[in-house]
Design a binder for this molecule. Structure first.
Ligand SMILES: [Cu+2]
Length: 252
């Protein structure tokens, strides 16, 4: 007990808690690099601005000596710099995560509902079955409202944990049943709202096997604090046997 309090205290005082979370996705390092580049540039500019301020305070005033260059050249340089950073960020995040998913990517539906996450795999036919809001009955084990008469839906697998294979692209489709929820996995550098009435695709490739926390980052109601789940990244062969077992259970 005392040891853990001391450990926590040391952690709170150390620099480690300021570091980014562990990076377990293929696209993460490029995003982290860009984020740190932004922070270093801002730090440099903040220092420079204070230096200019101090020099300006100390120097004598010569209003007639100021040139338009003093004002407009730094302004232009800053505009170009921020445009570069913004376009690069847009390419790294918006362009790469939302479009251009591999057609062979693993398809998984992620559904947020007060206050749980559900994950659906399309099963052996690789096609998601039809869902109907009027069929939703969590008590009867049909949290997503799967239509029992739809042949594509009978092999669908619904789980409360997200299980994925390492090194294979995953195409997530995000939905919400009631209010806006925020699907977030810090170690996978993923964060996207799930919005009622919309299907939002996000694709990524997990690299490191392990267990990671899935959080809800929108205050979605009184039980928001307990709206979490696990992402388990397995080796491809472990994932294949996990999926086969789930498929067998569904067909029974
Ligand atoms: Cu939520």
């Amino acid at each position: 007990m005392t040891v853990s309090i001391i450990k926590r205290g040391l952690y709170a005082l150390s620099l480690a808690r300021w570091r980014l979370p562990f990076d377990a996705s293929a696209h993460g390092p490029a995003l982290d690099h860009h984020l740190l580049l932004n922070l270093w540039i801002i730090l440099g500019l903040a220092a420079l601005a204070h230096l200019i301020l101090l020099v300006g305070l100390a120097a004598r005033r010569h209003p007639e000596a100021t040139s338009w260059r003093v004002e407009y050249l730094p302004l232009t340089a800053l505009a170009v710099l921020f445009a570069f950073l913004t376009i690069r960020a847009e390419r790294l995040w918006a362009a790469e995560r939302y479009t251009g998913a591999d057609p062979a990517a693993l398809q998984v539906q992620v559904v947020g509902e007060q206050f749980a996450w559900y994950f659906r795999y399309p099963g052996t036919d690789a096609i998601f079955g039809v869902t109907k809001p009027q069929l939703i009955d969590a008590g009867a084990g049909n949290s997503l409202g799967l239509d029992p008469h739809d042949s594509h839906g009978v092999d669908d697998i619904v789980t409360s944990e997200l299980v994925l294979p390492a090194n294979r692209e995953v195409d997530l489709r995000l939905n919400a049943l009631d209010v806006i929820h925020g699907f977030s996995v810090p170690e996978m550098r993923l964060k996207q709202n799930a919005v009622p009435g919309m299907t939002i695709h996000v694709h990524f490739t997990p690299k490191m096997p392990g267990t990671y926390a899935i959080l809800c980052t929108q205050v979605c109601g009184l039980g928001h604090y307990r709206m979490n789940a696990n992402l388990r990244v397995l080796l491809p062969e472990q994932f294949a046997s996990w999926l086969a077992e789930k498929e067998k259970a569904v067909q029974r």
